[in-house]
Design a protein around this ligand. Structure first.
Ligand SMILES: Nc1ncnc2c1ncn2[C@@H]1O[C@H](COP(=O)(O)OP(=O)(O)OP(=O)(O)O)[C@@H](O)[C@H]1O
Length: 248
C-alpha cells in the first residue's frame, strides 16, 4: 500500500505539489492526468524517492520513503537505455549490480525476453530498435528486478497510435500476470481510462478529482461505448473549473 500524507514539494519558490493526500491499495493501478505543469512528474518522482526535502510523508509497504527503494521500478518516456549496451546487457545490468549468479541472470533475462517477444532482438543495440521495441526493453529491464511498484512517466507519448495501444495492452497483460502497484502519468485520456482503476485528475499541484473506473482490466474495453463515456467524464474534469455546477 502507498500512503501519501500532506505531501508538499517546491522547486525554490515554485510550489509543484500542494497538500497531496492519497492512499493507493496494494496491487492497484492508478493513472494520473492533468494539464502540463500541474505536478504529475513531480508526484511520480517523489514516489520514486528521487526528490529530497519533501514536506509530508510517503509510505510504501510500511517503509517511509527517503530515497530510492529497490522494489520500485520507474520507466520514463525516452526509455533510458544505454546506447552502447546490447538489449540483453541493458536488461541484465541491474541484476548484475545485485550480485545475482550469472547463470540465474541468463535464465531471468531469456525468460523475460521471451515473455515480451524480444528474443530475436537480444543482440541488437538500442539504436537498431523501433520506439515501441525500446519501450518493451525498458519494461523488461524493470520487470526482471522483482519489483512490487511500477511508476510509468508518459511511456507511450512518443509512440504512434498502434504501437501506443500495443504497449498499453502489454502493460495490462503484465499487470494481470505479475501483481504489482502501478502509478502511471499520462497526457492521454484514453490511456488513463484503459490503464487506471482510478484516474487522478490533477490541477495546479493538487488533486482535483479521483474518478473510479469500473471497467478497468477489460482488455476489450476500447470496443465498448462505456469506455468513451468514461473518457468524456475525465475530459470534463480536465477542462472545466471546480465552480462549474454541472460537475457537482
Ligand atoms: N527542475 C525544476 N526546477 C524548477 N521548477 C520545476 C522543475 N521541474 C518542474 N518544475 C515546475 O514544477 C511544476 C510541476 O512540474 P511537473 O514537471 O511536475 O509537471 P507535469 O504535470 O509533469 O508537466 P508535463 O505534463 O508538462 O510533463 C511546473 O510549474 C514546473 O515548471
Amino acid at each position: 500500500m502507498i500512503q501519501i500524507n500532506n505531501l508538499n514539494y517546491s522547486y525554490g519558490q515554485e510550489e509543484a505539489l500542494k497538500n497531496i493526500n492519497l492512499t493507493i491499495p496494494e496491487n492497484s493501478s492508478y493513472a494520473v492526468i492533468g494539464e502540463s505543469g500541474c505536478g504529475k512528474t513531480t508526484l511520480l518522482y517523489t514516489l520514486a524517492g528521487l526528490l529530497h526535502y519533501i514536506e509530508g510523508e510517503i509510505i510504501i509497504n510500511d517503509e517511509v520513503i527517503n530515497g530510492v527503494r529497490k522494489e520500485t521500478g520507474i520507466i520514463l518516456q525516452d526509455s533510458g537505455l544505454l546506447p552502447w549496451k546490447r538489449v540483453s546487457e541493458n536488461i541484465s545490468l541491474g541484476l548484475k549490480a545485485r550480485n545475482i549468479d550469472k547463470y540465474n541472470i541468463k535464465d531471468i533475462v531469456n525468460n523475460t525476453l521471451r515473455e515480451l517477444n524480444l528474443l530475436q532482438h537480444k543482440n541488437k543495440y538500442p539504436n537498431e530498435l523501433s520506439g515501441g521495441q525500446k519501450q518493451r526493453v525498458a519494461i523488461a529491464r524493470t520487470l526482471v528486478m522483482d519489483i512490487d511498484t511500477l511508476l510509468l512517466d508518459e511511456v507511450t507519448s512518443s509512440l504512434d497510435a498502434i504501437t501506443k495501444e500495443k504497449i498499453q495492452d502489454l502493460i495490462l497483460k503484465l499487470y494481470h500476470e505479475n501483481p504489482m502497484t502501478i502509478i502511471l502519468v499520462t497526457h492521454s485520456i484514453e490511456e488513463a481510462v484503459f490503464l487506471g482503476q482510478k484516474i487522478i485528475v490533477m490541477e495546479k499541484g493538487s488533486i482535483k478529482k479521483i474518478i473510479n473506473n469500473p471497467y478497468f482490466g477489460d482488455k476489450d474495453i476500447r470496443d465498448k461505448e462505456e469506455y468513451y463515456i468514461l473518457c468524456n467524464e475525465v475530459r470534463k474534469w480536465l477542462y472545466k473549473g471546480d465552480n462549474d455546477e454541472s460537475l457537482k
